[in-house]
Design a protein around this ligand. Structure first.
Ligand code: ADP
Length: 496
């Protein structure tokens, strides 16, 4: 009977000395029948459980009662078996204990399942905590610039303002809008990374041009905080020419430099770059507030800031470094930080330079036209369902236009175009009621190949440009529309 039992069975004398074990007992404990006899079986119990099992067993035999406990066997191959052990006294006809009969049941799967559940629960709680922290942070991040925009717009309506005050308020509105746009861009980027929507777009890039551009770009910001900014880069033109994804590299570097300026109140910031065999190593060094040792890994995770208590003191959602890390990994590199609190931080990252360009000749960049140049006056159709965006566009293109038409839907745009074949330019929103902008463009192209159509979309997904061109648009501009960029585009198609 005991041979086919699905549980392990054992028998001991009254003093706990094992006299019998069945086949299943041996299978669970990993011991042979001989090894199971006597007191030796305890040696197979997991070292962390031995004391507890021994004490429990000694107490049960001394007190002559039932015993029951969960413990682990550590098998010779290193694996662990969880068991539920139970033993009951065996009585003779005078009710005297003459031994114990016991069972062990393998509960490894149940325990593993429980552990798995606990881990999942902890993970869910952690992600809940992160989400709440994120929402609180995000709400602060969005409300603050919103406050600025609404507050200063309100103040602008005061008829007694001096022109200097007006200019000041407008600058504040602009700054707040820019900050809001930054945070939205970060959220979009991180969503794109999470959704796996990002693609690498390789082209030949000269890093020296890049570092020089970044230096010039950030110099005014650094100066305004009284910081020195310098670049250490001794690469020759040939060494500095690599194939990489420029936009991602640009985003990594700007993130690091922005942070360095943000978290440094005195001293200097140095941007450096050197070629190391098959990769380039960049660093951004600052003399800022530094990062505590125990936060130096976590800051690369999304929504995490070095010191939560302090986060309100600095703007930011804790997304910049997570985005930078994802981009660095896409470029086959690593990112890390060396930092000492109160002394400063140096962020390092590498990118591979082994890659071959997808196109030998980098994609032609839009010609940088001189926007002071004249263009003829155009008949323009704005396809836009949102009135505020339409008014803004209308103002932006005012000086290029002789007539401006407006359609609120894709269907309307087709009709207006049919009855106005002399339209020169269509600024086509993509998300429209009734019929989207891509479909409207496709239909317009069936009868009008000549009109220049520029798609305007809300988020700059890398696939948008392709989609716009496939639908028949000539070009693409991301919303919110940068006035200067739109003027350059108009110049490109209609300049002399
Ligand atoms: P944030 O938008 O909050 O700046 P990041 O992901 O860019 O988000 O950075 C995460 C956190 O890492 C920051 O909140 C800050 O605490 C810390 N950090 C980043 N760069 C620096 C730096 N140069 N010096 C000190 N702390 C930094």
């Amino acid at each position: 009977m005991t041979k086919i039992s699905p549980v392990g069975i054992f028998h001991t004398r009254a003093d706990g000395y094992t006299t019998f074990v069945n086949r299943k007992w041996c299978e669970i404990s990993g011991l042979s029948e001989n090894e199971g006899i006597g007191y030796n079986w305890l040696k197979a119990v997991h070292p962390d459980d031995i004391e507890r099992v021994r004490e429990g067993w000694d107490r049960a035999t001394a007190e002559k009662r039932d015993s029951g406990t969960q413990y682990r066997f550590l098998l010779s191959d290193g694996s662990v078996k969880w068991v539920l052990g139970r033993a009951v006294p065996e009585l003779d006809s005078q009710n005297q204990i003459i031994g114990y009969v016991g069972t062990i049941t393998d509960i490894t799967e149940i325990i593993n399942f429980q552990h798995e559940q606990i881990k999942l629960k902890e993970k869910a709680e952690e992600s809940d905590r992160l989400k709440s922290a994120f929402l609180a942070n995000m709400s602060h991040e969005i409300r603050t610039p919103m406050n600025g925009i609404l507050g200063f717009s309100d103040l602008l309506s005061d008829p007694d303002l001096t022109s200097e005050e007006q200019a000041n308020y407008i600058a504040m509105i602009n700054k707040s809008g820019q900050r809001m746009l930054n945070i939205i861009n970060d959220i979009v980027d991180i969503s794109k990374i999470e959704a796996g929507l990002l693609e690498i777009q390789l082209s030949e890039t000269n890093i020296n041009d890049y570092t020089e551009y970044l230096y010039n770009f950030f110099l005014p910001q650094a100066k305004s905080k009284g910081l020195l900014l310098s670049v250490k880069n001794s690469m020759s033109g040939k060494e500095a020419t690599i194939t990489t994804d420029r936009e991602k590299l640009y985003s990594i570097l700007t993130n690091l430099i922005k942070n360095a300026i943000k978290y440094t109140h005195m001293g200097e910031i140095e941007l450096g770059c050197a070629r190391k065999e098959d990769h380039l190593e960049f660093y951004v060094k600052d003399t800022g507030i530094g990062i505590p040792k125990d936060r130096q890994e976590a800051i690369f995770e999304r929504f995490i800031q070095a010191d939560i208590d302090d986060c309100m003191a600095y703007q930011g959602a804790g997304l910049g470094l997570a985005i930078a890390k994802a981009y660095v990994e896409m470029l086959e590199g690593k990112i890390w930080v060396e930092s000492e609190e109160g002394k400063g931080s140096t962020f390092y990252f590498t990118i591979s330079c082994k890659r071959e360009p997808e196109h030998k000749n980098p994609a032609a960049q839009p010609a940088v036209a001189d926007i002071s140049g004249e263009t003829r006056k155009l008949k323009i159709l704005i396809v836009e369902d949102d009135e505020t965006s339409e008014i803004l566009l209308r103002k932006t293109i005012h000086k290029f236009s002789k007539e401006i038409l407006v359609s609120r839907t894709g269907l309307e745009a087709i009709k207006v175009n049919q009855s106005n074949p002399d339209i020169d330019l269509i600024l086509m929103d993509i998300r429209l009621p009734e019929m989207g902008g891509y479909e409207a463009t496709r239909q317009i192209r069936l009868f009008n190949k000549k009109v220049v159509i520029i798609a305007q979309t809300a988020f700059g997904f890398s696939g948008d440009r392709k989609k716009a061109l496939e639908a028949g648009c000539d070009d693409y501009i991301a919303k919110p529309i940068d006035t200067h960029e739109l003027q350059l585009l108009i110049q490109k198609y209609f300049g002399n």
